[in-house]
Design a protein around this ligand. Sequence first.
Ligand code: SAM
Ligand code: SF4
Length: 319
Amino acid sequence: MKDKYQRKIDYMRISVTDRCNLRCVYCMPPEGVAPKGHEEILTFEEILRVVQAATQVGIRKIRLTGGEPLVRKGIPSLVESLADVPGIEDLALTTNGILLADMAKDLHRKGLRRVNISLDTLDPKRYRALTRGGDIRRVWQGIEAALKIGFDPVKINVVVMADGNLDELSAFADLTRNLPLHVRFIEVMPLDRNAQGHGYVSVREMQAAVQDKLVPCPGPQGAGPARYYRLEGALGTVGFISPISRHFCGTCNRLRLTADGVVRPCLCSTRGVPLRDILRSGLDDEGLVDLLAQAIASKPREHNLREGACNVPMSQIGG
Ligand code: SAM
Ligand code: SF4
């Protein structure tokens, strides 16, 4: 279905939990965020119903995210049900990778083919500091497992911070020489207090740090809003994502479903459609399709991130 700005909306990002096993400095306060009760979170059956209805308004691609999606029990069985929904053509996952090594095989067997792994530094000590306690070795085990099992593409998300990892962009780009990894450098979005104050770096500045080495190239499957480059002869690619300095709202194709069942037409939208209680009070499929169509119709022309109007961390929206 198209929204009122003629954008075709075919992508839904689903947050399956607001919980996380890390506390990244730009995403969470040190003490974490009070988790929602289990009864507040959509069940797998409810998520499946929403996805089935979403195919009726044209959703074809699903990404599971969070919080950390792999901390929720039973994710492979959710993957299996979603992969079977007629109309869903593409199923992907965004994870911090900590639990991936143990689950990668099962996820792949159940139908997941694409994975984005978040890794903001290559230095173990820095990783521990940026994630407040994470063990980078586990992320590497997850990346290696994903490559070995045959996930394709395997993308690495790097949120770039002036006071955190700007000096590592070359090293990240070098990773793509011998590994078929698609590293994407992302501008930090000032969603809330946690995300502000780490030294915003624009894509232009990131490119200046590595550009002399890169040539433009097409992106991997599911390329989305990134612009892609390649080191000569490299197996992988390097992408840049600029949600702030050159936002891509004009071609935005997504809806978000929060863990507690609110459909958000835009990252920072305050006009979400709360589905959970209506679903639980017996809403029929036709009513559900209508609500999803309403969410699409209310998609704003562009996000209001620059004004800092959001004040919700990414972990609570579903990144
Ligand atoms: N826990 C998983 C992970 O870290 O990959 C999935 C959820 S996380 C919220 C999804 C993505 O959002 C991660 O790549 C993370 O780095 C990114 N993210 C979180 N807060 C952000 C912010 N303020 N600006 C830009 N990216 C952000
Ligand atoms: Fe957790 Fe992902 Fe947020 Fe880091 S970015 S705190 S891993 S939800």
